[in-house]
Ligand binder design. Structure first.
Ligand code: ADP
Length: 711
């Protein structure tokens, strides 16, 4: 620091007496910077020897020093006639009143408290150096006797010295006070900052705590911790409370074993033993208690908390609800078992089917061979033909069932509801089954309990008939004496068909599974009755397509009752005469003036049709492929209708139909095809066919179809 105002004065000489070389050096630097010449002595003794040779303008002395302290040095200076006017500044801590008294006693001119303020020290030095005379003039010593700290003290000091000391003490006190205030202020600020910081950290900590608590409580996993010695639960998260449906108060403090269902206590014991032994449990599966009697499967993991000696004091548990996984596992197992079962059933079905197909085929081939014998009398021939007819029907039945089941399985089969005469359908069914029942000497009774107003309904008659047929067919098949009752009624917008028989009955265990496809093959007692195990499955599927259901009630040896119930939808308009399929009789038909074209590449098929239509007198033209059929239609104007096979060489039936329709649009064309798929049917209609007859067809079907168009 440079006191510029005194820059031009003669350099004053100052003697520093200071035993600490660092302190001395600091003071020397300060004084030099402020244009003073400095001499240094390390203690009072050294200072006195310097003063013998040279008298400086000022002595600044530390107090506590070896050999001779500052008080003594000051006393020696002030009592030495040569030196007594030499001003002495003592550097004191002024923390003890003794310091002041000692300072006064030794005659010091000024006091500075350590640590001193540099500015203040320099200004005081300048003041002392510039006013030595006043001090000298006022140098009248007063002797004062005072009592201090229980001791009598005699103080000799001049007024100026006292005043200076007083002021110096006061200034020092003021400065210290200021310093104190500053420090207090700084402390206050620090405190505020600290408080702010603490508040911020506390808030951050609270936020983190809240976050963790949130995660802890809202985690899909369940958490709890327990004390090892008592096995009691210390705390747990909300998920555990919610999933088990318990109250926290019922869980905290309880034995951990109470959390688990008695069914898994053995596993819980194993988990506990593992924990105590290893301090760790990984992926144990247990069942938690949940609500009254309920249980939740859980996957449990536990980690130990140890004390400084490594002893396990508590455990932290994480549990995952594995209900969904267990369900999937169960479902997978069930599907696996079902797949294996289906596989077994299918293999058995194939074996049985081979038997079911070969038996009627054998009959057809065998009796056809026998028919070739010209010596057979007419009655035997008719018997043979009837057997062939029966076998053919059986075969057709099997093929139809297989096609039906595959259509249902592929989902293409849908109900096609129309308005139809229900009574008509019942009569036809009765007429169809009566001969079969007669063959077995069984009574077949139809009980119609429908209100007389209920004639027409809106449903799919083909599906309904198929469902009924399969069940009535079984009733006749599995009944050897007694009879079959078919009861039809309505109940709350449902139509009920109850088919009861007095047959062999079905064991309760089988009643649930007989609707599964191929199931029959498993039941050994039914082997005697034949069948492919598809009938009931089809009946069920058809009923379901109609929005209904089928049930069975049966007692072994007493008989069975199957109930089909379908929604009863009454049509808005009532029609009275809807024929579903009326078998035709060619004998009554006379078409001798008509010509039809038969496009068919299979000779056996054309011969069959030729024979069926022979008695009707109709004139038949033949085409072996589509191309010939087109030519004939173009050239023979007398053709009234076409029976068109679809699969033919050269040109198929669809292409031929399209061409024929292009020049004779009104000519009826009936597609005849061995494909029975709904898509093939649609393709025929798309090509322009007027109707569709699937092979094999019965005589009646063909006559009916031709009658419809040959008018
Ligand atoms: P199947 O072609 O063998 O008749 P179904 O699916 O129609 O096949 O019937 C499955 C099995 O249910 C039959 O094989 C038979 O064991 C039993 N069943 C069906 N209807 C009756 C009935 N009315 N009386 C006794 N058993 C029946």
């Amino acid at each position: 620091m440079n006191t510029t105002g005194f820059g031009k004065r003669k350099k004053a000489e100052i003697l520093i007496v200071e035993d600490s070389l660092t302190q001395a050096e600091l003071l020397r630097q300060l004084l030099k910077e402020n244009n003073f010449n400095v001499t240094h002595a390390e203690n009072g003794k050294q200072a006195l020897s310097i003063l013998e040779k040279f008298i400086p303008d000022l002595v600044i002395s530390d107090i506590i020093m070896p050999e001779m302290d500052g008080y003594e040095l000051c006393t020696r200076i002030k009592t030495d006639e040569r030196l007594k006017d030499l001003p002495v500044i003592l550097l004191t801590t002024l923390t003890d009143p003794e310091d002041v008294l000692n300072g006064l006693t030794c005659g010091a001119d000024n006091f500075f408290t350590k640590p001193y303020q540099e500015d203040y020290l320099i200004s005081q030095i300048l003041q002392i150096i510039s006013q030595p005379k006043i001090q000298k003039n006022e140098n009248i010593r007063i002797m004062v006797e005072i009592f201090f700290a229980g001791k009598k003290r005699l103080i000799t000091a001049n007024q100026m010295q006292m005043l200076t000391l007083l002021l110096s003490t006061y200034e020092s006190a003021v400065m210290q006070n200021r310093q104190l205030l500053r420090t207090q202020e700084e402390l206050k600020q620090l405190n505020i900052t600290l408080e702010d910081k603490v508040n911020l950290r506390t808030a951050a900590l609270n936020e983190t705590m809240e976050k963790y608590l949130d995660l802890y409580n809202n985690s899909p996993s369940m958490f709890y911790s327990f004390e090892t010695s008592s096995r009691s639960i210390i705390e747990c998260n909300d998920t555990l409370i919610n999933l088990t449906g318990s109250k926290r108060i019922d869980i905290i403090g309880e034995n951990i074993f109470l959390l688990y269902h008695p069914d898994s206590h053995k596993e819980a014991t194993r988990f506990w033993e593992t924990f105590v032994k290893t301090g760790e449990v990984r992926n144990f599966e247990l069942e938690l208690r949940s609500g009254p009697g309920g249980k939740i499967p859980v996957l449990i993991n536990v980690a130990a908390v140890r004390d400084v000696n490594g002893e396990i004091i508590s455990g932290r548990v994480v549990m995952q609800d594995i209900t969904a996984r267990k369900l999937v596992e169960k479902e997978l197992l069930a599907s696996k078992e079902k797949a294996e079962e289906s596989d077994k059933l299918k293999s058995a079905f194939l074996a049985n089917m081979s038997h079911e197909i070969r038996t009627p085929l054998n009959g057809i081939l065998g009796f056809s061979d026998l028919l070739k014998d010209p010596s057979l009398d007419e009655k035997v021939k008719v018997d043979f033909i009837n057997t062939i007819d029966k076998c053919s029907n059986q075969l057709l039945h099997i093929v139809t069932d297989i096609i039906d089941i595959s259509k249902i399985e592929s989902g293409v089969d849908k109900a096609k509801p129309v308005v139809f005469n229900l009574l008509e359908l019942i009569h036809e069914t009765q007429a169809f089954f009566q001969p079969l029942a007669d063959l077995k000497n069984l009574k077949i009774i139809f009980m119609n309990n429908l209100p007389s107003s209920l004639v027409n309904i809106f449903s799919d008659p083909i599906k309904l008939r198929n469902a009924l047929n399969n069940i009535i067919d079984n009733a006749i098949k599995f009944t050897d004496k007694g009879g079959i009752e078919i009861n039809i009624s309505d109940n709350n917008n449902f139509l009920l068909f109850k088919i009861s028989d007095s047959g062999i009955g079905i064991e309760p265990a089988f009643q649930k599974i007989i609707f599964d496809r191929f199931r029959q093959v498993e039941l050994s007692n039914t082997r005697d009755y034949g069948g492919n195990g598809l009938g009931l499955s089809l009946a069920k599927s058809f009923t379901e397509l109609l929005g209904g259901s089928v049930e069975v009630d049966s007692s072994i040896g007493e008989g069975s009752t199957f109930t089909i119930s379908i929604p009863l939808v009454r049509p808005e308009i009532n029609i009275t005469d809807i024929k579903i399929n009326e078998p035709g009789n060619s004998a009554e038909i006379a078409w001798s003036k008509k010509t039809i074209l038969l496009a068919e590449d299979e000779e056996s098929n054309s011969n069959l049709i030729k024979m069926i239509l022979k008695s009707s007198g109709v004139n038949i033209l033949f085409a072996e492929n589509g191309s010939q059929a087109v030519d004939l239609c173009r050239n023979e104007k007398g053709i009234s209708m076409v029976l068109m096979d679809i699969k033919m060489p050269v040109m198929d039936g669809l292409a031929a139909t399209r061409l024929i329709k292009s020049f004779r649009n009104s000519l009826p064309i009936i597609a005849t095809t061995a494909y029975a798929d709904i898509n093939d049917k649609q393709m025929c209609f798309d090509a322009g066919c007027n109707d569709y007859l699937s092979k094999p067809f019965r005589k009646g079907d063909l006559i009916n179809m031709i009658s419809k168009y040959l008018v």
